[in-house]
Design a protein around this ligand. Structure first.
Ligand code: NAD
Ligand code: ZN
Length: 342
């Protein structure tokens, strides 16, 4: 089969013929229709310090996908040949304290698809039955493939209620853009989105942003205060991984408000704990992965019912062999979600 694989400890990837992966007793074999590119894949392509430390090679990349099941292991009970599926990318152990206490997204032993085991940038993929998600038939393939990052957005937005709340979204990458649509659908009364990328700010408007700010051109804190009659926002959602953006979030949350943080920071972050958190009585949520599988149910309902239309975020499509074009676009930032037709 064809696959996009990282074999060399240097920049780049290769499109190669590799053997179809072997099936275990509790595994299913999936023929991939579409795989989508995540920022993490770009880090591996670029062979950043983080990727060098994180990966053992060779590795087939990719953890967002939709496909159908072509073969099942002898002990598989719930998945059938022909099922149209996606999957939770955290392959959890099911036995640790976290897995047993409804916190499987922080499983102590999880493997990440496309990082710790071969992923979805390939014609076929093998996964254990327990991470398989059967797709709602109303969700088209192009939307089914983005359910994994969409789930990150669901948990970040809905860590608490947003209805009739004023919300600041920092970072309009694909996940911040999905979050904009979710906040809108859940009844946020004001949505302000900040991102230095004008291409993405334009998409944020289509997803429901009332105000889209470029922080290189406008003072984010002042704009938020002006738009909220100096009260500030009830909710800040951090999707940029920028320390500057995070601090703008803390400065603009109204006392008693909350912030949810999904963004990942390159370095330690300096925060004024006393002034920006304790004396303002701010609630902070760290968000990682998705609730398994309650977030998948929410995601599926948002998409299958048409409550959130993610189409404006899905901006580019390439054949798997042209993955390099997708990687380049992602680095230039002139895109939303980029998908690869396998
Ligand atoms: P992305 O890199 O595509 O988007 C980040 C956006 O932030 C970009 O559009 C960028 O222009 C913008 N940005 C940069 N500096 C900014 C600033 N000062 N103010 C406002 N915006 C700024 O990433 P994504 O795929 O949408 O993911 C969002 C974030 O979530 C990333 O940091 C990613 O690493 C992280 N992430 C975390 C998890 C988790 O489980 N915690 C999962 C997936 C992604
Ligand atoms: Zn576990």
């Amino acid at each position: 089969m064809k696959a996009v694989i990282k074999r060399k400890r240097s920049k780049g990837l290769e499109y190669k013929d590799v053997p179809v992966p072997k099936l275990g007793l509790r595994d299913v074999l999936i023929k991939v229709h579409i795989a989508s590119i995540c920022g993490t894949d770009v880090h591996v392509y670029d062979w950043t310090r983080w990727a060098q430390y994180r990966l053992t090679l060779p590795r087939i990349l990719g953890h967002e996908f939709v496909g159908h099941v072509t073969k099942i292991g002898g002990e598989v009970t719930h998945v059938k040949v022909g099922d149209r599926v996606s999957a939770e990318s955290h392959i959890t152990c099911g036995h640790c304290y976290q897995c047993q206490n409804d916190n499987a997204e922080v499983c102590r032993n999880f493997q990440l698809l496309g990082m710790d085991r071969d992923g979805s940038f390939a014609e076929f993929l093998v996964l254990p039955e327990h991470v398989i998600w059967k797709n709602n038939p109303n969700i088209p393939d192009e939307w089914a493939t983005i359910q994994e990052p969409f789930g990150n957005a669901v948990d970040t937005v809905l860590a608490e209620d947003v209805s009739a709340k004023k919300v600041l979204i920092l970072g309009a990458g694909p996940i911040g853009l999905f979050a904009t649509g979710i906040a809108k659908a859940c009844g946020a009364s004001l949505i302000i989105v900040s991102d230095p990328n004008n291409y993405r700010l334009a998409i944020s408007k289509k997803m429901g942003a009332h105000i889209a700010i470029n922080p290189r051109k406008k003072d984010v804190v002042q704009t938020v205060l002006d738009a909220t009659k100096n009260i500030g926002v009830d909710v800040a959602l951090e999707f940029s991984g920028s320390t500057q953006a995070l601090n703008q979030g803390f400065k603009t949350i109204t006392p008693g408000g909350r912030i949810s943080i999904l963004g990942i920071y390159e370095r330690r972050v300096n925060i004024d704990l006393n002034k920006d958190i304790i004396f303002k009585k701010i609630r902070i949520y760290g968000i990682t992965g998705r609730k398994i599988f309650s977030t998948w149910h929410k995601t599926s309902r948002f998409l299958s019912s048409g409550i959130v239309d993610p189409s404006p975020v899905i901006t580019h499509r390439f054949a798997l062999k042209d993955y390099e074009k997708g990687m380049k676009l992602m680095k230039d930032g002139k895109c939303g979600k980029v998908i690869l037709n396998v």
